[in-house]
Design a protein around this ligand. Structure first.
Ligand code: UDP
Length: 241
């Protein structure tokens, strides 16, 4: 079998990716399936760090719009990501994959505190590292946390697992004629306001030359195919001069 192209990656999973066809919460079967895909890649020797969203449980912005204090709502959102992190840790460990949850907020009874060098050490030992609680700051998103952690741990790639298999010219569900981009530059994403990650996250990747691949987390084997450099999803990187 071909060898993976990467030795250390950061996988961003949105909260929605964990809820399957449900309206909220965590679908155990979906989480188990994603865990198996992660294990397959980990078994090839790729070091894997994960950032998990919380949108399936709580979204700060939406609650702020309903009149809640934004910062308070965002802290609730960050706590939601810790719950998702524990769910994914549980599924990975059931498959025999040692996993550590590192939280940007201090909740020592359930997760280690985020310490950059410790995260790297875990990865070097072959443990999957899950970063919970986003950046630890309100007014940010877990997409930005994914970019930040990827840069901090010297990952070679950010993988954004979504429900759709890449970035399209239009919503592929309501517009079947929409086309998938194979490659985009950071500036194309920013200028055209394409739904890859929020602008803060994209800018951080651009400034640190961190490539992103958007792919479908629902498509069986897609994560492995990205690792092997096969044509999958949409890749976002700097312009080729
Ligand atoms: N959040 C935050 N700071 C962060 C990361 C997340 O305040 O660094 C909060 C924010 O309220 C956000 C919620 O946590 O709405 C859940 O994260 P996100 O919306 O990024 O999750 P996803 O859309 O990936 O499921």
């Amino acid at each position: 079998m071909a060898a993976p192209l990467y030795s250390r990656i950061l996988l961003k999973l949105s909260g929605e990716a964990l809820m399957g066809d449900g309206q909220y919460g965590v679908d155990r079967e979906v989480v188990q399936r994603i865990a198996r895909e992660i294990k397959d890649v980990s078994d090839t020797g790729v070091q894997i760090a994960i950032v998990i969203g919380g949108g399936n449980i709580f979204r700060g912005m939406a609650k702020a719009a309903e009149g809640m204090d934004r910062a308070t709502a965002d802290y609730m959102g960050m706590l939601a990501t810790v719950m998702n992190a524990l769910a994914v840790q549980d599924a990975l460990e059931h498959l025999g994959l040692p996993t550590r949850v590192l939280s940007a907020l201090h909740i020592e009874q359930v997760a280690e505190p985020y310490i950059r060098r410790r995260a790297i050490r875990h990865l070097e030992k072959g443990r999957v590292v899950i970063f919970g609680a986003g950046t630890g700051n309100p007014f940010f998103t877990t997409d930005t946390a994914a970019s930040l952690r990827a840069v901090e741990i010297n990952a070679e790639l950010v993988l954004k697992g979504t429900k759709v298999d890449g970035v399209y010219t239009d919503d592929p569900v309501s517009h079947p004629e929409a086309m998938r981009y194979r490659e985009l530059s950071y500036s194309q994403v920013l200028e055209q306001n394409l739904q890859v990650m929020d602008a803060t996250a994209i800018t951080l990747c651009r400034d640190n030359d961190m490539p992103i691949i958007v792919f479908s987390i629902n498509k069986s084997g897609a994560l492995m195919r990205v690792m092997l450099g096969e044509e999958e999803g949409t890749s976002v990187r700097r312009e080729i001069a």
